[in-house]
Design a binder for this molecule. Structure first.
Ligand code: UPG
Length: 465
């Protein structure tokens, strides 16, 4: 299968580690692309903004609860949250009132099951970095404890990091684990197919899968979208939101000028010179929420028609083999993004959904907003913007020097989380700590130029502090 000695070495390493054939096939095709110089970039000149999308509120469809018995809800849980300084699954991070993401997700599913008297199937995609902690934590919920590996978990693959100079698999003397990486959430398809779980789901009568990020607690089962998918016989739906200023990292929807097909451009796929266009939220107005709906038999058919894989554009991340040693071997980590599969299906569509379905936590800025009163918990355990915010999240910019990582953030809010319900923008520069009962309103700019940590005493603040 491999076309070069470097590719053959990767293939041998993966086989020896028991990686599935589906994953090896996908990886080798990405390896070939990267070895021949592909960057996976999508130039602005090759796309046009996506237009004429349907809005969920305007779609006329009758809800069909009977579809629930053939539907699976799957949460992506393979990421570690290293960007926030975490070395565990990000979903173990406390969100609100002592509950972490996994608690919210579990309660959402249990609520829905009760509400619809259904046994809605639930799965989690874990990586080799998140499976142990996640299993242990979720075991407090009886219903997810039994047959965890068989029924709940989809364990994603691992792929070798490759040397930038030779494209050979990289080795790391410090720890063999550093030589491997989960291949991004686009691995969902290879993990489902290669583990045999796709076949088993289809054989058991499952037809639809709703997938979303575990850090987005607005993404719950929606009977209108599900029923619309069935009524229009769609293979794939991407939920998108109208972009706001906070939507910088991630991907936007666009249309390929050459084929007219919808495509997803991830920030990692944008050439440097086109970054201004990427960030232009009035030009590229629709942001991928990563809430996706997949018709399982169509997925299987698309993979079988293409050598057992989906040809997703490869994303090439430049890193060092030992993440904590910048002088170690320079490597590429190859990844794919789940949403780029929108181009792989004949009958794919994107729907604009209300902002309530998208409340991601990518940074401590997001976490501060979520923990504050700008977000409320609904009866069905979603975290949504408080109504008075009219769909606009506060724009929070905490000083990266102190609050990029959760440890610093915890000190900031140790005594209390400020009220942000009436705050439009918050900028914090320097080291500060909020006392209990701090209320921030309008545009607030907190600056501490001294090196000592300063307290923000209880009270209401606006403007420069
Ligand atoms: N994840 C995995 N396995 C991996 C990598 C990530 O399960 O190998 C999970 C991760 O735990 C998280 C989700 O996938 O739950 C998203 O991962 P993340 O790295 O946070 O994705 P983003 O870079 O934020 O981007 C995704 C989409 C992007 C979209 C954005 C919305 O790729 O198009 O705009 O989510 O938040």
């Amino acid at each position: 299968m491999a076309s070069t000695t470097a590719a053959a070495a990767c293939e041998a390493k993966m086989k020896a580690a028991g990686v599935s054939l589906a994953c090896i096939t996908s990886f080798l095709s990405q390896h070939a692309a990267v070895s021949s110089g592909a960057t996976g970039n999508i130039a602005e000149a090759s796309i046009r903004p996506a237009a004429d999308l349907e809005y969920l509120q305007k779609i006329e469809v009758a809800e069909k609860p009977e579809l629930l018995q053939s539907t699976v809800v799957l949460k992506l849980n393979g990421g570690l949250g290293t960007g926030m300084g975490l070395d565990k699954a990000k979903s173990l991070l406390e969100v609100k009132n002592g509950d972490n993401f996994l608690d919210f997700i579990a309660k959402q599913i249990l609520y829905f099951r009760e509400q619809y008297k259904s046994n809605l199937k639930f799965m989690l995609m874990n990586s080799f970095s998140t499976n142990v902690d996640t299993k242990e934590y979720l075991s407090k919920y009886d219903t997810f404890r039994e047959n965890f590996e068989e029924d709940v978990e989809l364990l994603q693959n691992k792929v070798p990091k490759i040397r930038q100079d030779t494209f050979e698999p990289a080795s790391c003397a410090v720890s063999e684990e550093n030589e491997w990486v989960p291949p991004g959430h686009g691995d969902l398809y290879a993990a489902l197919y290669g583990s045999g779980k796709l076949d088993r789901l289809i054989d058991a009568g499952y037809k639809y899968m709703f997938v979303s990020n575990s850090d987005n607690l607005g993404a719950t089962m929606d009977l209108r979208i599900l029923s619309h998918m069935q009524e229009k016989s769609l293979d794939f739906i991407m939920e998108v939101c109208e972009r706001t200023e906070s939507d910088k990292k991630g991907g936007h929807l666009a249309q390929d000028i050459a084929t007219g097909k919808l495509l997803l451009r991830e920030s990692a796929q944008c050439p440097k010179e086109d970054e201004g266009d990427f960030q232009n939220i009035s030009k590229h107005r629709y942001f991928n929420t990563n809430n996706l709906w997949i018709n399982l038999p169509s997925l299987k058919a698309a993979m079988e028609a293409n050598n057992g894989m989906l040809s997703l554009p490869v994303i090439r991340n430049s890193k060092t083999v030992n993440p904590t040693d910048s002088s170690s071997t320079k490597v590429f980590q190859l990844e794919t993004a789940m949403g780029t599969a929108i181009t792989s299906f004949a009958n794919a569509s994107a729907i604009v959904v209300p902002r309530t379905r998208f409340a991601p936590v990518k940074t401590c800025n997001d976490l501060l907003s979520l923990r504050s009163d700008a977000y409320v918990i609904t009866e069905d355990y979603r975290l949504v913007l408080a109504e008075s915010r009219q769909g606009n999240p506060p724009v929070v910019a905490l000083d990266d020097k102190h609050y990029k990582f959760v440890a610093g953030f915890n000190t900031l809010v140790e005594k209390g989380v400020p009220s942000l319900i009436a705050c439009n923008r918050l900028k914090v520069t320097g080291s500060v700590q909020f006392d209990a009962n701090v209320v921030l309103e309008g545009d607030v700019n907190i600056t501490n130029t001294s090196t000592d940590t300063r307290s923000i005493a209880s009270g209401t603040y606006t403007g420069d502090v």
